[in-house]
Design a protein around this ligand. Structure first.
Ligand code: PXP
Length: 237
């Protein structure tokens, strides 16, 4: 069974575009869970252009499924995670000006940093996951670092699958096999969509969780379009 954690950053982006509180992030989080998703993911960034730090505190009382907070563990992020105590924290080495996450951790260079920070979260009973490119060399020291899970960065798979190159799944299969052997849980995320998720799920053993934002919200808009256009036409007739 693979859990679906919906990344609601895009809802916050839409809200922020107009000021005010429409769409209401908390209402969306409630509905997403009501419709069956098993988790809510947020990725607050230092400039708060998507989800704000205050949203994360407010969501705490609304999320009754798995709450996953992603981000680069700077001091403000660490403080917030320790106060909110989500189910899982996913550590991502994104730069302040990155449009979105564009690389996983170099776990070799960052071994002591990750060990220290993961130790702190684990002391507080927060499950830890690290965002990693599908390269075996970055998995070897993960038990030493103490990570409970890895989120495999799936952009490369998604791009190549779309281009008709399903062999791009191979490094992910190899990483998942190694993680299973190391007894570290496998999550995945970035650019997963209705088009590419089935093949990924079929090929990856013990895929515990996917976090999906951009495509899921785009697909929801597209699938909802006909209903909403018809509702407007009824009102205008
Ligand atoms: N995982 C991480 C670490 C991310 O930064 C993001 C995007 O914020 C996602 C997963 C979700 O990616 P997408 O929005 O393409 O589904």
């Amino acid at each position: 069974m693979t859990k679906l954690s919906v990344n609601i950053n895009k809802i916050a982006t839409l809200r922020n575009a107009r000021g005010g509180n429409n769409p209401d992030l908390l209402e969306f989080a409630k509905k997403i869970q009501l419709f069956g998703a098993q988790g809510i993911t947020v990725h607050p960034r230092p400039d708060e252009r998507h989800v704000r730090y205050s949203d994360v505190y407010e969501l705490k009382s609304v999320v009754n499924t798995e709450f996953n907070i992603e981000g680069n563990p700077n001091d403000k992020f660490i403080k917030m995670v320790l106060e909110v105590k989500p189910t899982q924290v996913t550590l991502v080495p994104d730069g302040v000006n990155d449009i979105t996450s564009s690389s996983g951790w170099d776990t070799i260079k960052n071994e002591s940093f990750l060990t220290e920070i993961i130790g702190e979260f684990k002391k507080n009973n927060i499950r830890t996951s690290v965002f990693i490119n599908p390269e075996l060399k970055f998995l070897e020291n993960l038990n030493k670092i103490g990570a409970d899970r890895v989120e495999l960065y799936t952009e490369d798979y998604a791009i190549n699958y779309e281009k008709g190159n399903p062999l791009a799944i191979t490094p992910y299969i190899e990483c998942a096999r190694m993680l299973n052997q190391l007894n570290i849980g496998v999550n995945a995320g970035h650019d997963l969509s209705l088009n590419n998720i089935s093949f990924f799920k079929q090929k990856i053993n013990n895929l515990l969780e996917v976090s999906i934002g951009h495509a899921l919200i785009t697909e929801s808009l597209f699938q909802g379009l006909e209903t909403v256009i018809k509702l407007y036409l009824q009102k205008l007739s």
